[in-house]
Design a binder for this molecule. Structure first.
Ligand code: PEP
Ligand code: MN
Length: 240
């Protein structure tokens, strides 16, 4: 199973420490935003190019592949060398021309479910990528907008087995954005794994209270380590 872990965004040297720790506890891939999509243009939106050497260093030290979001063609070019897997964010999930552009890339793509897209629409978005030639697409359930406000999004666990019924693409669970609350991330991740998720994406930070973005949903090192122990037990139980 793919275990993608790291901070919401690369903020500085602490990225190297986070990378080492998540690897120690079992992460198979690193994450860390460089250009962050934000809900307001007045909020901090990542270190941009300055973060690239930090991503390179974290990859060198851990030997882990790096997952990063690109929001346009220019960002694809800038991030091409450092990215092992490109992420298409929820906000761009139905940008058909951008999807086609990722379809012309020779790197795997994680396509997030849009905040208001159905399971069928998610699979149709993947078809835009695949139809341009890039067959290496993984879907990602990251929660959808509902009337519930206690959680940031409503994590749709049914999306996981539904995708497995409807197509052959792998599906990853992102309970960090799916719940928006660190205390819900462990139980919801376990539900996603039990439902057959092919991977998980988890936000982890050395000091969540001081994170520049998404601290409220980021796990501490201790919490991530506990999550990994429980995921391993669940995987064994399911004979995976
Ligand atoms: C992210 O994973 O950094 C992110 C912005 O997620 P989403 O696109 O699902 O909101
Ligand atoms: Mn985030």
């Amino acid at each position: 199973m793919m275990i993608i872990a790291g901070p919401c965004a690369i903020e500085g040297d602490n990225f190297i420490e986070i990378a080492k720790v998540v690897k120690k506890y079992g992460a198979t891939h690193l994450r860390g935003g460089i250009f962050k999509p934000r809900s307001s243009p007045f909020r901090w939106n990542g270190l941009h190019e300055i973060a690239i050497p930090l991503a390179r260093e974290a990859k060198r030290v851990t030997g882990l592949p790096f997952v990063v979001e690109a929001m346009n063609c220019k960002q694809i070019e800038l991030l091409y060398d450092v990215a092992d897997i490109f992420q298409i964010g929820a906000r761009n999930s139905q940008d058909s021309e951008l999807l086609r552009e990722f379809g012309r890339q020779d790197k795997p793509v994680i396509l997030k479910r849009g905040m208001a897209t159905t399971i069928e629409e998610l699979i149709m978005s993947a078809d835009f990528i695949i139809s341009e030639g890039n067959k290496n697409v993984m879907l990602c359930e990251r929660g959808i907008r509902t009337f519930e406000t206690y959680t940031r999004n409503t994590f749709d666990v049914s999306c996981i087995p539904a995708v497995h019924d409807l197509c052959t693409l792998p599906i990853i669970a992102d309970p960090s954005h799916g719940t928006g609350r660190a205390e819900l991330v462990i139980p919801v991740t376990l539900a996603a794994v039990a439902a057959g998720a092919d991977g998980i994406m988890i936000e982890v930070h050395d000091t969540p209270a001081k994170a520049m973005t998404d601290g409220q949903q980021s796990l501490t090192f201790g919490e991530f380590s506990r999550l990994m122990e429980q995921v391993k037990i669940l995987e064994a139980l399911h004979g995976r």
